[in-house]
Design a protein around this ligand. Sequence first.
Ligand SMILES: *[C@@H]1O[C@H](CO)[C@@H](O)[C@H](O)[C@H]1NC(C)=O
Ligand SMILES: *[C@@H]1O[C@H](CO)[C@@H](O)[C@H](O)[C@H]1NC(C)=O
Ligand SMILES: *[C@@H]1O[C@H](CO)[C@@H](O)[C@H](O)[C@H]1NC(C)=O
Ligand SMILES: *[C@@H]1O[C@H](CO)[C@@H](O)[C@H](O)[C@H]1NC(C)=O
Ligand SMILES: *[C@@H]1O[C@H](CO)[C@@H](O)[C@H](O)[C@H]1NC(C)=O
Length: 732
Amino acid sequence: MRASSLLLCFGIFFHVLLPLTNSKEQQTPKEKLLVVTVATKETDGFRRFMRSAKNFNYTVKVLGRGQKWSGGDYMTAPGGGQKVRLLKAALEAMKDEEKIILFIDSYDVVFASGPKELLKKFQQARHKVVFSSESLIWPDRHLEDKHPHVREGNRFLGSGGFIGYLPNIKEMVADWTGENNESDQLFFTKTYINPEKRKSINITLDNRCRLFQNLHGALDEVVLKFEDGRVRARNVLYDTLPVIIHGNGPTKLQINYLGNYIPKVWTFETGCTVCHEDLRPLTALKESEYPLVMIGIFIQQPTPFVTMFFDRLLKLQYPKNRLKLLIYNQEPHHEQHVSSFLQGHGSLYQDVKVIGPEEEMDGAASRNHGLNMCRQDKDCEYFFSLDIQVVLKNEDTLKIAIEQNLPIIAPMITRAGRLWSNFWGALSAEGYYARSEDYVDIVQGRRLGVWNVPYVSSVFLVKASLLRSELSDYELFNSHILDPDMAFCHNVRNKGVFMYVTNMHTFGRILSTENYQTSHLHNDLWQIFENPVDWEERYIHKNYSHILKGKLMETPCPDVYWFPLFTDIACNHIVEEMEHFGKWSGGGNVDKRIQGGYENVPTIDIHMNQVGYEKEWHKLLLDYIAPITEKMYPGYYTKAQFELAFVVRYKPDEQPYLRPHHDASTFTINIALNEVGLDYQGGGCRFLRYNCSVQAPRKGWALMHPGRLTHYHEGLPTTAGVRYIAVSFVDP
Ligand SMILES: *[C@@H]1O[C@H](CO)[C@@H](O)[C@H](O)[C@H]1NC(C)=O
Ligand SMILES: *[C@@H]1O[C@H](CO)[C@@H](O)[C@H](O)[C@H]1NC(C)=O
Ligand SMILES: *[C@@H]1O[C@H](CO)[C@@H](O)[C@H](O)[C@H]1NC(C)=O
Ligand SMILES: *[C@@H]1O[C@H](CO)[C@@H](O)[C@H](O)[C@H]1NC(C)=O
Ligand SMILES: *[C@@H]1O[C@H](CO)[C@@H](O)[C@H](O)[C@H]1NC(C)=O
């Protein structure tokens, strides 16, 4: 009883399963499939193709290796006859009638799925030869009427991919007698539109892109489809998942984009799967074995924080005797920075060359020249192009870039707090910036990887071997219409060389060079608006951030707070800027600079607005002082407006002290700008009501105290040297 009811169950189960597995059709074994492609060169695109083929265990036969390509290119006249000739010759040697040949391009093709699915779909097409289809007719529009009508899908043939049984394909190419530069597309089209041949060879088109997706004319139809641990392209018009994706014609950038994901280059589950493949590790090398790198440094506009750029260059982790520097400087303003860096450290490097403003070399020429110096230097293995406005925070950047072992790679840098970066994810029709769908995720680090992109700039590494082969044209940066950086990328793309950007690590940022004025002694001081992050790094005390966390705040007298604010460099720059300006007030009661023209308790000073620094000072008070007052004086919210902000100079023989007074402020900020014991003796501040003094002012530290009523105070005498303080009356 039991046994038979079990059998019954099985029987029912079986019947349900049968139609689903489609077992009426016999699956062709995968061994019968051979992928044939023509690749005269191992381009980056070819390597991408082979990687995707290997991923699915396709067996690939490559024809034409090492031969000169004379089949034309897609930008100019139709060509490709060479492919048919090579195919014809290769098939002649093959005998197995059951063999199934997949003939496809490779430089601009990736596999999205494996042989099993491909063969299944081929069989479902119920023809002996299946061609990829296109919505656009090419190269001869007059043949349109001769094409059979189709109920749904693309009506025209694409020669970049077809699959079929060996005998049928042999038959199809048997008639080929054309030249290498004649059109394969036209040849196959004529075969297909000939009703007798179409029938005898048994050809059909993959109208709905079940096997082949040609991207030309179909960009709007194709989207990435992420599924568990793998990525495909979906044709949303026909609701199909093509097995082979082909960036035919002018869709090379789109296949590059799709190829960043398909078949599982990057997935949500795994992240980047190829970023640790084919590396060139440096760790095991002795210093003397490191590849020789030429660093081209380009200074093409006045740029803030140049001294810090050179400090970082010095800290770049790489044996300096394996580096050659080429510094191209177009700005007289920066000659002092270049020469002081070279005087201090130039001899550490294997070689240093400077092209100064006097040589009047333009930007494109200097960049061509840089690449060429590396190209012609037989020891040069890499050219590292580095623009002066790049802030490389990651000291290992150069090593990381080399280890990634790619033709051209740019470490991703961004402008602090913006979506601006040194790469483009896509190009507009005119060749300018366009945002790719993944751009924001890459810039903001939600997708980490190494990305094939159409444009990089500002900082990138190029393999010198490429400069001596594909990129041997001397004038890569030249163009009649494009900027040099765009011209370079345009030329690189046209040579079929891939450019990558990596965001696998944090590398740094890029400065804004807009609104940088060079009229002051220390122009960086004025950068608090334009480049606030770099400004803070240079000028705000390293321990400032701890005070807000409640540490390091001192209270030397009641309601008087004392905390680190400025770096030594900030103090020096402010003092030097004031001395450079030089118009110290006379210290009399009559003062035309202030409202009312009368100063009750005059000092020898210079007001911030006299050196054009009041906006910047207000920003400093807002960003760095207001948060502290709000913490220390709860309930008090300041707009950080100030009546007066000035630098005071105390000198024994000029004005050594200030008599007791109230400040015309809600609270006062008093920042010591130099060092007691070193720069001067004495000094300090005494609050009379509490008989409390702050007598050893610390350089860069700010005293904050209420201005009126309670905090009647005096400036204690400076007995030797010169003492400087920066004072602000904040109200309210
Ligand atoms: C490819 O072949 C290897 C070993 O021959 C096997 O481990 C792997 O699973 C195969 N991959 C696919 C997608 O069939
Ligand atoms: C194709 O090549 C042949 C010789 O190989 C040449 O005579 C002919 O001009 C070429 N045609 C085109 C369109 O380049
Ligand atoms: C093509 O071949 C299939 C069998 O593989 C056959 O059913 C079909 O009729 C053929 N088509 C033509 C147009 O000969
Ligand atoms: C920051 O504070 C720590 C701990 O008080 C101190 O050791 C260090 O020297 C300070 N750093 C600077 C730059 O003053
Ligand atoms: C103020 O303090 C000093 C020492 O800190 C002391 O010598 C002096 O007598 C005090 N003055 C008054 C008025 O309390």
